[in-house]
Design a protein around this ligand. Structure first.
Ligand SMILES: Nc1ncnc2c1ncn2[C@@H]1O[C@H](COP(=O)(O)OP(=O)(O)OP(=O)(O)O)[C@@H](O)[C@H]1O
Length: 274
């Protein structure tokens, strides 16, 4: 097993709850992502986030991104662990928010200008275009890009304007196997760019996401001591898995290992029960 240790927190949720018109959607969620350090490796963090459809994953993502204020609780991000502000966290949704009337390079420049001075923004965009193998396509408009290129562009866009933390909503849905491999590569690339880079993947593709993750969050409902179902979904402590500690954090061919497959089957059972 690759040795690792934890440093400072990069994302902290403290007692987060949310209700809409009196209906409790999220209940008292506390969870933390720590900067994982592996000797001689630049390695960011990948959190896989599961839950059944309609349970509240998107609501929690918007809260983590600072786009919706929770009813109670706080979200802290970054090295200083400041309360999240809109723009701190990139949110890559299934519909990629590129401007159709601007070229890819202009779209990225617009994002980079939120964080950098004009000259630095240009340099950053050039570096990201190359890094994401989009340098041949900078002058194209979003409609002229393939689905995979648009997805890479959307991830680059969010990395350019956010501060190390990005949330990917269903990054594998509707993709063929070759494209899934491509997106996996991008996610791994993002995490090896900077040890503080942290990617939260919300997905129904359990095996693919688990293979990439070093932490898993499973959202579900809990019962009180009398066996009554409590309102609102939560991420209980025993549903926050430390894959690094279990020897299942991403490494080449982790998906071929029997322990990995046993764990994925166990997770599927837990999701059904949650
Ligand atoms: N703005 C809103 N007003 C009222 N209710 C809302 C609002 N946003 C979300 N909800 C409710 O919160 C619950 C959780 O929705 P959410 O979209 O977070 O689920 P999800 O886990 O992301 O589902 P899926 O996996 O199907 O995308 C749903 O019952 C939804 O109707």
């Amino acid at each position: 097993m690759t040795p690792y240790f934890h440093k400072e927190p990069v994302l902290t949720l403290e007692g987060v709850s949310m209700s809409y018109q009196g209906e409790v959607v999220l209940r008292d969620i506390s969870a933390q992502v720590l900067n994982v350090v592996r000797p001689n490796m630049t390695q960011g963090q990948v959190v896989g986030f599961y839950g059944r459809s309609g349970i509240g994953k998107s609501v929690l993502c918007r809260i983590i991104a600072g786009l919706t204020a929770p009813a109670t609780g706080t979200v802290r991000v970054g090295e200083e662990q400041h309360p999240v502000q809109p723009g701190d966290v990139g949110l890559v949704q299934q519909r990629y928010p590129l401007f159709n009337h601007r070229t890819l390079a202009d779209n990225l420049l617009l994002a980079a200008a939120r964080k950098h001075e004009p000259e630095a923004a240009k340099r950053e965009v050039a570096a990201y275009l190359e890094r994401f193998r989009l340098d041949q396509h900078g002058k194209k408009f979003p409609a002229q890009l393939s689905g995979g290129q648009r997805q890479r562009a959307a991830i680059a866009q969010q990395l350019l304007c956010s501060d190390h933390l990005i949330l990917l909503d269903e990054p594998f849905s509707g993709l063929d196997v070759a494209m899934i491999d491509e997106v996996k590569k991008i996610i791994l690339e993002v995490t090896t760019m900077d040890e503080l880079n942290t990617v939260v993947i919300v997905s129904h593709d359990i095996a693919t996401t688990t293979a990439l993750s070093d932490t898993l969050w499973l959202m579900g409902y809990e019962r009180d001591t009398a066996g009554q179902l409590l309102p609102g979904a939560t991420i209980s402590k025993n549903h926050q898995y430390d894959l690094a500690g279990m020897g299942l954090a991403w490494h080449p061919n982790v998906e071929a290992e029997p322990e990995f497959n046993r764990f994925v089957e166990q997770l599927k059972d837990e999701i059904r029960a949650a």
